[in-house]
Design a binder for this molecule. Sequence first.
Ligand code: ADP
Length: 331
Amino acid sequence: MARIFSGIQPSGELHIGNYLGAVKNWTHLQETHPGAIYCVVDYHAITGAYDPAVLRARRWGMAKSLLAAGIDPAKASLFMQSDVPEHTELSWIFTTITPLGDLERQTQFKDKSSKMESIPAGLLMYPVLQSADILLYRADSVPVGEDQVQHLELARDTSRKFNAKFGVEYFPEPKPLLTPTRRIMGLDGNAKMSKSLGNTVGLLESDEEIWQKLRPAMTDPQRVRKSDPGRPEVCNIFQLHKAFSAEPTVEHVRQQCETAGWGCMDCKKVLHEGMVQELTPIRRRAEALDAEPQRVLDALASGAATARGLAQETMRQVREIVGLDGLSLPA
Ligand code: ADP
């Protein structure tokens, strides 16, 4: 059966882009693939400037939010990447077989580094560590959003290069598992929703906070007056309806938009209702975890123990393959 692995950075709050693009799928996959592995990739969150106290709080917040979103520690392993040091060990081995040019070509690296005066090498090496995150568990299926597809191509190259260099069939070639909502835009409609762009709707925000963000959100730019018919397919709000509203509501919304029956504000109100319905139970679970924080620690400890066991076994085999296993007296 496919081995599922995926990770998320604790660089900010869990937002609806992460949820619809990846995390909601994680909760489905844990039902069909017992032993799925989900990781808060905290080593990835330190490639830019950051405050250690803020990082600590965000690591906690991300673990709690993932549990609230439905990750079940009885079905899947949830842990902190930095609790399993084998991630960085395998990453070093992969840096020795990764061409520099392949890393410099990564879109995320080009975008992020173009805005920096001094580029940390960690930003460039990020996809190598990501390949190690996945292949450490010899995972072949990775539920992620569309922005990660290029990084996964690199992980497949890494796997192929390792196997070819050492003449083994050891690592699988991990493939992305995408959802229909593989790319959620920020509410300004200009860029993908992302923690680093500050254009997110947090999964744990209150109904009122969500409404305050939805109200001014970008819709079809050609729809200037309420009487103008709208184009649902180009409207970000309609895309969110597809994720949060029931099928008959989505069809009704499409019709009302195209015939100018509803104004954008009517449409946003109905979206808000759908969001409240889906997000309220998640917020309630987060509140329950706030009241019982030991449950977060227990989940992470048991997840890390499982992950460490798998990771140590992989590294034992990898050390043997690459010639770094324990020495014995010459025969
Ligand atoms: P962010 O871009 O907010 O920092 P991460 O890089 O930690 O998020 O990504 C965590 C997961 O969420 C990945 O699988 C990523 O592909 C997915 N994801 C992030 N932003 C979006 C988005 N706007 N739409 C769909 N999926 C997304």
